[in-house]
Write a protein that binds this ligand. Sequence first.
Ligand code: DX5
Ligand code: ZN
Length: 221
Amino acid sequence: MDNILAPSILAADVMRLGKQVCEVSEAGAKYLHIDVMDGTFVPSLSYGVCVVESIRKSCDMVLDVHLMIVEPARYIEAFAKAGADIITVHLEACADAEETIAQIHRFGCRAGLSIKPGTPVEEIGRYLGQIDLLLVMSVEPGFGGQKFFPESIERIRTARHMIGQEGRDIDLEVDGGITQENVREVLRAGANVIVAGSAVFRDPGPASRTFMKILREEQER
Ligand code: DX5
Ligand code: ZN
């Protein structure tokens, strides 16, 4: 599977969002990661449907919407209609994850399922026949700029092994604390979609180009 960079706009400068999104796209980032937070599933508030809708109008990247909200089933239709390509929900936030994933597919989107650092990776096993993307959080969700949890490496390896056993093409995305220094280790553990917020948006063009160079090098290894 291709290695993909998914810059998280949580760390972008809102006043220059359009320009910064163009910069990461021109550098070769394929997914744009959009973090939606409700102040309940995670302590922070971020943004909602209208931000996705507005970005969709002038951006042809794959919109990768990460819902950190309680009972996300309530909002699948709205995010799908706003133009999301991938909708990822948290296993911990769903009353019925199977039905929520089915609902994401019914609205024509790719379905992602995410787990927080404290949730055993094995709990994702029963959904592997159904999902298109597995998101392993490598920090507690809710804030950008945190330090990568080193124990995530083993969790990524386990997840990649389980995906291999399942025999389906499932993106393995990792989110939280990824830098130009630790990204190789994350890729070598089995991740193929790299979310990076602060490490990209402090200098969007040059930082994305460096990430893309590393992603290509690791792909060819
Ligand atoms: C955190 C979000 C992340 C965040 C990552 O809850 O899900 O996507 O933007 O930011 P960095 O890369 O700065 O850790
Ligand atoms: Zn995220």
